[in-house]
Ligand binder design. Structure first.
Ligand SMILES: [Fe+2]
Ligand SMILES: [Fe+2]
Length: 207
């Protein structure tokens, strides 16, 4: 269903997977921060557009779900004795933000399309990570097959959620903007996402 409304992203390079596979623990910690930021970002939409009911309704639900993901990541980290890391700038998101139009007419559209594309990238990467855990590719989980398999399932479930979230942002964009405008801008933002993904340095992180 999701594939019907958006086009596939350029696949993540193999070098990204090689890099994250050096430490599943580091990936989990970085990913936890992404979930927490996703929850805050959803509430930012609520604060900025209190009069747009469908958006507010969708974003409150999204904030709760992303917070639940953060909680699940945190419980994994606690179990594996991984500390919550300090916030670090996300180069992928920063690059993307440079292309957001700031005028009141276009800002909401660009933010929704950007958020949807980030969710799409999350879907693609969580599926790769789920496979990597199931196939025993993470260096630091090679001796703990049971945990690796459980984490594989965890990431599979998250991929499904991310696909729904991407779809939600696309539907909301179409709710508030004409279809032609959404499609045209989506194509441009799709290109920005591609460039952002390729230029973000690999350092064992989700993005
Ligand atoms: Fe999430
Ligand atoms: Fe999400």
């Amino acid at each position: 269903m999701y594939a019907d409304v958006v086009k596939d992203l350029v696949p993540s390079p193999a070098s990204w997977l090689e890099d994250v596979c050096s430490s599943g623990r580091q990936l989990l910690a970085d990913h936890a921060l992404c979930e927490r930021k996703a929850s805050s970002m959803a509430l930012t939409f609520v604060a900025h557009y209190p009069d747009k009911h469908d958006l507010v309704h969708g974003m409150i639900a999204l904030a709760r779900e992303e917070l639940q993901h953060f909680h699940e990541c945190y419980l994994w980290m606690h179990k594996l004795d991984i500390p919550i890391p300090k916030d670090e700038k996300d180069d992928y998101v920063q690059y993307f933000l440079k292309h957001i139009r700031r005028d009141p007419q276009n800002y909401l559209l660009d933010r929704m399309l950007m958020a949807g594309l980030i969710e799409q990238r999350g879907t693609e990467r969580f599926l790769i990570i789920a496979d990597a855990f199931r196939n025993g590719l993470f260096e630091d989980f090679k001796d703990d097959r049971d945990t690796a398999l459980e984490l594989g399932q965890f990431y599979q479930d998250l991929a499904d959620a991310e696909a729904r979230h991407g779809s939600l942002f696309h539907r909301l964009a179409l709710k508030y903007y004409p279809e032609d405008e959404v499609n045209e801008r989506y194509e441009q933002m799709w290109q920005f996402e591609h460039k952002a993904m390729l230029q973000a340095p690999h350092c064992g992180r989700l993005h």
